[in-house]
Structures are given as structure tokens and as C-alpha cells.
Design a protein around this ligand. Structure first.
Ligand code: ATR
Length: 287
């Protein structure tokens, strides 16, 4: 653990609940690895205390905060400045205190892109099948559309998929196709798809035997991404690997969103592997 001094720069995370967050261990390991006099703290902030917490960032000279559930949308009107991508997505997960001006960013969605790019996946002109149409899907769908990919969105509740497709169409040329999450539509959507992204919670602990996609629909030409990182290898990823597909797990995306926030607060390149190993250890995934 870093030793805190009178000069230590403070960052942290606000959310409710907060005790399961991996961010404190990831960031503090990164500060320590680079010898930075920074500390990252968890702040349990209830909805009614959010305005006070944001005012406190400036008052206490906190250099930056991550924002997690349930504050990612509600925090926006409380900030001074909004990054264009965060504005489009309508969610902020990173605040930077720029000499008293509070700027909101979204590093969740760019973190997903970094995870893909770091594995050599090029997205321009690619066909992507996205499962889910919630908050996580929205960010991912926007950055994929921005990267020039062609999207199909499947969701259990069709109206949510249609709503998201319409929001994307407002900003980008091509409107994603929206369909109900069914076996028939999965087969249709996967025909010719290059990348499959699961943004639903299907397969997460404790329901580890569930998968959103029957194994027989997977093929070796796919890159399969799962935002679930608990377990690290979901049934979907295990079956994708068995089918010969390339896989990207949810922890890579989580660590990349942290790495991008770290770079905004410190101006230094984040030690990705240090952060990933710290998260793996904290999650108890060490072999
Ligand atoms: P997040 O911000 O993590 O995306 P969310 O906004 O609650 O969380 O969205 C959860 C997503 O997982 C939604 O797409 C949800 O589908 P619905 O819109 O139909 O609710 C999807 N989801 C959750 N449980 C599911 C299940 N058992 N089967 C299929 N989809 C599921």
C-alpha cells in the first residue's frame, strides 16, 4: 500500500454499492508500480448525496473520480464540461478536476475498443452482433458505430433494442437492425458476423451454466466478447474458444476503462498488466 503524505493526490470512485469495486486495487497497484504519490479511495455515495459529493470534488481538491452505478447518468448535469462521446452516450464514468473545472468523460466504451484493438481486431466495415440494449450496450454500440462497424442489436425486450438503434441512427449514417433475442434471430445475426458482443448479464455468477448463445451457432471466424468478468471465462467464452473463435473477456474491458481514466488523471501511460494482475488477485482468479 502506498504511504499517504501531505502531498498525496487523491482520486477515487463514487457509487452505491461500492464495496465490490475492483477499481481501488487496480489504481493503487498502478500508482505504486509507477511510484506516483497518488491514492485511490472508495466513496459510498447514496443518490441523495450525489450533488454534495460532486461539490466536494472541487472543495477537497480531489483530482479525479470514477463514477459507477447508479450515478453515471445523474452526475451529468452536476458537471461543468462534458466530453462529446460521453454526451452522445449519456453516461459519465470518469470525472477530471481540471483546475476546478469538472469535466465528464466516458472511458467504458473506449475501454471496450482498446480491449479489441489490443487483440488486433480491426472494426471498420465489420459486422457486429450485440446482445443486450442496456447501459453497457449503449456505450459499446456507439463506439462501434463510430468506428464504422455495421451493427445488429438483439435484446430480450425488442422495444429497448429499437430505441437504441434509433438513438444511434441520430448520430451515424447506418441504422442498426434491432431484433428480439431468440434462437432464430441469433442464427440470422451470426450468419456473416465478425464480432459477437454479449452485454447482458446472462452467464454471470451465480448462473454460470447459462449462455445467451447455443454453442452450435458459434464458429471459428468469430471474435467473441463478453462484458461479464465474474466468472472470468463465462460459458459463452468457453464454448467460443472450443469452437475455435478468438475471445475477449470482461476483465480486459474493465481494466482498459480504468487505464484510460488513470491516464487522464496522471498524464502517464497506465501499466495495464499491473492493473489486470491486481484485479485478478482481488477477484481470487489466481491459478
Ligand atoms: P447494463 O447497464 O449492465 O447494461 P441494464 O441496463 O440493466 O444493465 O441492461 C441489462 C441487459 O441485459 C438488458 O439488455 C437486459 O435485457 P432487457 O432489456 O430485456 O431487460 C439483458 N438481460 C438481463 N437478464 C437477461 C436474461 N436473463 N436474458 C436475456 N437478457 C437479459
Amino acid at each position: 500500500m502506498n504511504s499517504i503524505t501531505g502531498k498525496t493526490v487523491i482520486c477515487g470512485i463514487i457509487g452505491d454499492p461500492i464495496e465490490h469495486s475492483m477499481s481501488p486495487v487496480m489504481h493503487n497497484a498502478a500508482f505504486e508500480a509507477l511510484g506516483l504519490d497518488y491514492a485511490y479511495l472508495p466513496f459510498h455515495v447514496r443518490q441523495e448525496e450525489l450533488p454534495g459529493a460532486v461539490v466536494g470534488i472541487r472543495a477537497l481538491n480531489v483530482v479525479g473520480l470514477n463514477v459507477t452505478i447508479p450515478h453515471k447518468v445523474a452526475v451529468i448535469p452536476l458537471l461543468d464540461k462534458l466530453d462529446p462521446l460521453a454526451e452522445k452516450i449519456g453516461a459519465v464514468n470518469t470525472i477530471v478536476n481540471e483546475s476546478g473545472v469538472l469535466a465528464g468523460y466516458n472511458t467504458d466504451a473506449p475501454g471496450f475498443m482498446q480491449a479489441l484493438q489490443s487483440k488486433g481486431v480491426d472494426l471498420e466495415g465489420k459486422n457486429i452482433l450485440i446482445l443486450g440494449a442496456g447501459g453497457a450496450s449503449k456505450g459499446i454500440s456507439f463506439v462501434l458505430a463510430e468506428a464504422g462497424a455495421s451493427l445488429v442489436i438483439l435484446n430480450r425486450t425488442l422495444t429497448r433494442a429499437e430505441e437504441l438503434a434509433s438513438q444511434i441512427a441520430q448520430y451515424y449514417h447506418r441504422k442498426p437492425e434491432a431484433m428480439t433475442l431468440s434462437e432464430e434471430n441469433l442464427a440470422r445475426g451470426l450468419d456473416g458476423a465478425d464480432v459477437l458482443v454479449n452485454t447482458t448479464s446472462v452467464g454471470m455468477v451465480p448462473d454460470v451454466n447459462q449462455t445467451p448463445v447455443p454453442a452450435r451457432l458459434l464458429n471459428p471466424n468469430l471474435v467473441v466478447c463478453d462484458i461479464v468478468y465474474n466468472p472470468l471465462e463465462t460459458r459463452l467464452l468457453r464454448e467460443a474458444r472450443a469452437a475455435g473463435a478468438r475471445t475477449i473477456d470482461g476483465l480486459d474491458m474493465l481494466v482498459w476503462q480504468g487505464a484510460l481514466a488513470f491516464e487522464k488523471w496522471t498524464g502517464q501511460k497506465a501499466p495495464f498488466e499491473v492493473m489486470k494482475q491486481a484485479a485478478i488477485k482481488a477477484l481470487g482468479y489466481e491459478k
